[in-house]
Design a protein around this ligand. Sequence first.
Ligand code: UDX
Length: 453
Amino acid sequence: MNQRNNHRLVLFPLPFQGHINPMLQLGQILHARGFSITILHTNFNAPDPSSHPHFVFRSIVSDLDRSEVPISDIPGLISLLNTRCASPFEEHLREMMLLPGGDAVPITCVISDSLFSFTCGVAERLKVRALTLRTGGATSLHVYTILPVLKEKGYFSIDGSRSEEAVKEFPPLLVRDIPGFDLQKPEMTLQLFDNMVKVIKSSPGVIFNTFEELEHPALTSVREVLPVPDFVIGPFPKCCVTSSSSSLLAEDRSCISWLDKQPLKSVIYVSFGSVAVVSEAEILEIALGLADSEQPFLWVVRPRSVRDPEWLQKSPSHFLEALERRGKMVKWAPQMEVLAHPAVGAFWTHNGWNSTLESISEGVPMLCMPCFADQGVNARYVSDVWRVGLHLNGGLERENIARAIKRLLVEREGEEIRERALVLKEKANASVRLGGSSYQALDALISHILSFE
Ligand code: UDX
């Protein structure tokens, strides 16, 4: 254990898996550099303290009833969390500052998710500094900063036939890559992104889970519009000394022993993150595409991620035979371990930012199937800019899926993509090594925090 300094950081994650993971990884990184860490979290989607015995956990009651807003309505849930959490957050922070108690080390700084819009105001009132964590990429943040312009230009709620058109203000994006372009009422979503941009702009510093060599052009643009100190210190999983899990669901480790038995780089790993839900028709195409690909597959099917819970029993025998012969299905996987496994040859992903960065960090080529929010931007950059994956452009049809999997895993094109992915992986490794861009930015972050005394 490193020597402790006399500084406590209070970390406040947004209570969704894709936001809890990077915040707790950040906690591990800063803990390894001597800080004491308190995770202040909502009782909704609370993380498991036993996985992080070196942190102090404090729960605030967010007063959120799961029946109030459908779990798939993420913008609705985030808005509600912003309304419900402000007072309890302030009470807890005040209490922690007045009565350190178990948290005997004094609080130097708060770090909260940039989708929480109230934390900086509360911190200012209580005279403590509050940095903000942007859990997603810099490129999607750049897109968020120009969403009002894109709305002005009429890119929202437009006729679906225009979704394949190029966005001339932001090449190489297509209209369908714009976050929320397909929403009938995009106002709430646009408001959330706008609030996030404002939060970052008014903060004493923003931390990014990305690396300079990956997103330099976007970071340059973001720095122009959001001129605050920034600390680009990712990929977080690469900087963590320990790899404690922050999963809200139990990880099924039987997939690792299954992977041990598969040929090198042969498996397509399939996971669409912690939020996306697929219809009965879509799951059938996915299943049959996997069967027709003739490749081994490891597929994460989260509970309640398919609209029809009976879908498996109704699946055609063609898929069930393929599943038995060369497939494995789990409810939740230890994803980072899976991506690092030598048997995994490609990752069919929804391109949530964590999944995208984890895949890049392990040099695994991606098959991109974005669902919502930043995912369209991430996927377009994976396929067209970084060129470390294929976009499932042709739609979710079994022939198209099987064809794309073969292109990635069997054909020469896939080998070239893997070569580029390995180059990017090495850049990620270099960024976190002594003297690398993220390593230096972490040192700068620590000096910045210590200057708050
Ligand atoms: C959400 C949004 O959908 C995404 O667009 C945004 O960038 C972050 O918040 P989510 O959909 O859950 O996130 O995707 P992602 O960002 O990829 O995060 C999922 C996390 O869960 C990853 O860290 C991944 O490693 C982990 N995971 C996923 C597992 O540990 N096991 C699994 O079986 C699946």
